[in-house]
Design a protein around this ligand. Structure first.
Ligand code: SAM
Length: 528
């Protein structure tokens, strides 16, 4: 398989593993119009910060759990005058490149920089994706060929699903130097193309109106299908006599009947052949709505008449945020994201967008939940400071209602990236706070969140999960030792005990007899 090389690739190929795990610092909750200090527990999250670190932080709770990822990264058009910098020359990304790629980074071309920026982020997105999940990436011609090759490398070429063409413009741009470009691409990859399947799309009114029932067939409405085609070579060109006695010599020249003669008359006996109102027309097959799939397989050409165009997106943005001074130039229409969610989510899916911009993905999640009573969750990440003034503000208005649109209702929590869990020397960072450390350790062990429960055990007890009791014996300025004295204070009964401490004085025989597993702090704490 061809792979892509660029300057700096060797520095970023494993970089996602060295990104520090930072805790998410809760800023505020928002619940149906009310700002709260405490978390809403809704599972909807806006994270302000660089998505590389945010994605790493999400691994703890969401590794392998995201059903649908949509991202709309900078297209790398070279345009630097937008509200966000599209040329990978944003000071934050420049600083990051310098740290990760080093001096070599200064000589990188704009494409090298873009690839260095994207590669570790795509690696983390891949880890977050559910085994039956799918990722959609908006892109244009500037980076499409590079993105395709890098996605083949990270996701596996066999997991490529398709490349959607979105007709983004409704009229030509006469200022174009050569051609006026009408389309963007949306690259689609599944975590596993063998198991992922798109939802069928519901038929619209126009499609449904093609089904009728002129003969009052008890099987319900149907539409007439052609009985002849060019490619049914072996099935015959036989003569057909209509019920009124007219003889049809055969299908149109160069065509064949779709069914063998026997099969054809079998269909006729089952009243599945339509001969026209007078009973002497060219026969057609009746395709009953009740017998076709309950929806339509999605296609790869998305016209603006179906999913909106760029001007629609700007209008939508201005309609919601008419009084916000900062304008956002590159929103996507929510109707475009609605289509993605319709294809790729069920009512409980977690949807992630790590290049959130004006928050269109979250807007679509809220709207779709309102329409179908779903409980989809969104997690969106935006690096720029407008994550509050544009992104969160938009969602507040969507929740409460704007212009003459009824509110969707709903809640979210807003987070900043906080302290790293580990210091550079590998020790736990106490600034994170002991409760967060306990939660982290428990989650790494059990893959379930640590919730406060009533118990009579010692303060070091975390919880019991699958008949294993977990303890985290940690003191800020003291060395802790797992010994018989510690064991005697433990109250919880379980089949097995996992105990973290600085040291252990128990013998191997004793531990094995009582099913105790000792884990050394910080050495044995799993790192993300
Ligand atoms: C093309 S815009 C996304 C527009 C979005 N789909 C919408 O409908 O509004 C890309 C966004 O990604 C953000 N971004 C770029 N690099 C980022 C990073 N490393 N971490 C988080 N956000 C980033 C930019 O600030 C910008 O807002």
């Amino acid at each position: 398989m061809p792979t892509l090389h660029w300057i700096g690739k060797d520095k970023v190929i494993n970089h996602h593993m060295n990104v520090p795990f930072r805790v998410l610092e809760h800023s505020y909750g928002y619940d149906n119009g009310t700002r709260l200090n405490e978390e809403t527990g809704s599972g909807n999250k806006i994270i302000h910060g660089d998505n590389l670190e945010a994605l790493k932080s999400l691994l703890l709770e969401y590794e392998g759990k995201i059903k649908c990822i949509y991202i709309d990264p900078p297209y790398n058009t070279g345009n630097e005058s937008w509200v966000y910098n599209d040329n990978v020359n944003d000071p934050k990304i420049k600083k990051w490149l310098k740290q990760v790629v080093g001096k070599e980074g200064e000589d990188l071309s704009r494409h090298d920089k873009w690839l260095c920026m994207m590669y570790p982020r795509l690696k983390l997105l891949h880890k977050l994706l559910d085994a039956n999940g799918v990722v959609f990436i908006s892109i244009d011609d500037n980076e499409f060929p590079n993105l395709k090759l890098v996605m083949d490398e990270i996701m596996g070429a066999s997991n490529f699903i398709c490349n959607i063409i979105w007709q983004k413009n409704y009229s030509p741009k006469n200022s174009a130097k050569h051609f006026s470009v009408d389309q963007d691409y949306i690259l689609v990859y599944a975590k596993n193309a063998e198991i992922w399947r798109p939802n069928l799309m519901s038929r619209d009114k126009e499609q449904l109106s093609r089904y009728k029932n002129p003969d009052n067939d008890p099987r319900g409405v149907w539409k007439a299908g052609d009985l002849s085609a060019r490619n049914y070579y072996s099935l015959g060109t036989y003569q057909i006599k209509t019920p009124s006695g007219r003889v049809i010599e055969g299908p149109p020249k160069g065509n064949y009947w779709r069914y063998s003669e026997d099969k054809f008359w079998g269909l006729h006996n089952d009243k599945r052949i339509w001969w026209g109102k007078e009973g002497n027309g060219v026969p057609a097959i009746k395709r009953f709505l009740s017998e076709v799939q309950s929806g339509i397989v999605p296609q790869t050409l998305w016209l603006y008449s179906d999913v909106g165009h760029t001007q629609d997106a700007k209008k939508e943005f201005n309609n919601i945020l008419h009084d916000v001074k900062l304008k956002f130039d590159t929103p996507k229409p929510s109707t475009l994201i609605d289509r993605i969610l319709e294809i790729a989510t069920d009512k409980n899916s977690v949807v992630l967008d790590s290049f959130a911009g004006s928050g269109t993905t979250a807007h679509s999640v809220l709207s779709l939940n309102k329409i179908d009573g779903g409980n989809r969750k969104f997690i969106i990440v935006e690096m720029e400071d407008y994550s509050e003034t544009i992104t969160a503000e938009r969602l507040k208005r969507v929740i409460n209602g704007y212009a003459n649109k009824e509110g969707t209702g709903g809640s979210f929590d807003y987070y900043e990236l906080g302290q790293p869990m580990f210091l550079e020397d590998g020790n736990l960072n106490e600034l994170v706070g002991i409760e967060r450390i306990r939660k982290y350790v428990y989650y790494t062990e059990t893959n379930t969140p640590l919730t406060s429960i009533e118990h009579t055990d010692s303060e070091y007890f975390l919880n019991k999960h699958n008949d294993t009791a977990y303890y985290f014996f940690y003191e800020q300025d003291e060395i802790t030792t797992l010994d018989k004295h510690f064991l005697s204070a433990m109250k919880t009964r379980a089949e097995q005990f996992v105990i973290y401490a600085d040291n252990c004085l128990l013998t191997k025989a004793h531990m094995s007899k009582h099913n105790i597993i000792f884990k050394k702090i910080p050495r044995d704490i799993t790192r993300f």
